[in-house]
Structure formats: structure tokens, C-alpha cells
Design a protein around this ligand. Structure first.
Ligand SMILES: [Zn+2]
Length: 126
């Protein structure tokens, strides 16, 4: 039986992952954590907000690995910082924090904007 970590690393070696990763960086070209601090830094790495290797079931792992909503584009420094934070504390604490981070991320990027809010003032002469 393959360990979740090994299975995860295999997933990262697939064309499917490379394509999704490239697509995510194209759509989210700036580091999400730097942006939260008001700093514009190119995103060069794609982080799994909820770690794929915490799942035991291969199908669930695959779902997490390729879920676009579970990805965050980060610069290298912020990616390292996230993993350092993840390395501390118990699995339960980590899971709780990752849920909170995912919620915050979703609220920040999807929750507070009204549809068309950014574009309604442009063009369209009446
Ligand atoms: Zn950053």
C-alpha cells in the first residue's frame, strides 16, 4: 500500500497537476498572502490550503489535490511560511486552522464583492 505522502508526490508529477497549476498561476498571478498584507508579489508556487496527504482514501486525496477551490497561489517565501505554520501543533489544531484559513480566503476573495461591482462604472453611455 502506498503511503499518502508518496501518493501525493506522484500526483504532483502528473500532467494533470502541471496543467492545473499553470492555469491557477495564470488566473491568480499574485501571491495571496502578500496581497493580504497589501504587497504585490508574483505567485510562483501553488499551495494546497487543505493538505492532500491528510486524506487516507485515494479518491478523496485526488479530489482535494485537483480542487481549484483548495489552491492558493503564493510566492516562495509565503509558501515556506505556510508550511512552517502547518508543521507546528497537533493534527487537530492544523485541521482547524486550515479550515479557518480556507474560510478567510473564500470570504476575502469571493464573499465581499458584489457581482459587477468593479465594472459597473465603466463605459455604457446612457
Ligand atoms: Zn508572498
Amino acid at each position: 500500500m502506498t503511503a499518502p505522502r508518496d501518493r501525493y508526490h506522484k500526483m504532483l508529477n502528473t500532467t494533470r497537476w502541471r496543467k492545473l497549476r499553470a492555469l491557477h498561476l495564470a488566473r491568480h498571478p499574485f501571491c495571496a498572502d502578500c496581497a493580504a498584507e497589501g504587497v504585490v508579489t508574483p505567485a510562483t508556487e501553488v499551495h494546497h490550503i487543505r493538505p492532500v496527504s491528510i486524506e487516507r482514501d485515494p479518491a478523496r486525496m485526488e479530489r482535494l489535490a485537483f480542487d481549484a477551490g483548495n489552491l492558493a497561489g503564493l510566492c516562495h517565501a509565503c509558501h515556506v511560511k505556510r508550511h512552517e505554520r502547518m508543521g507546528k501543533g497537533t493534527a487537530e489544531e492544523n485541521a482547524r486552522r486550515q479550515r479557518a484559513e480556507a474560510d478567510l480566503f473564500a470570504r476575502r476573495f469571493y464573499g465581499t464583492q458584489t457581482p459587477g461591482g468593479c465594472f459597473s462604472a465603466t463605459g455604457a453611455p446612457s
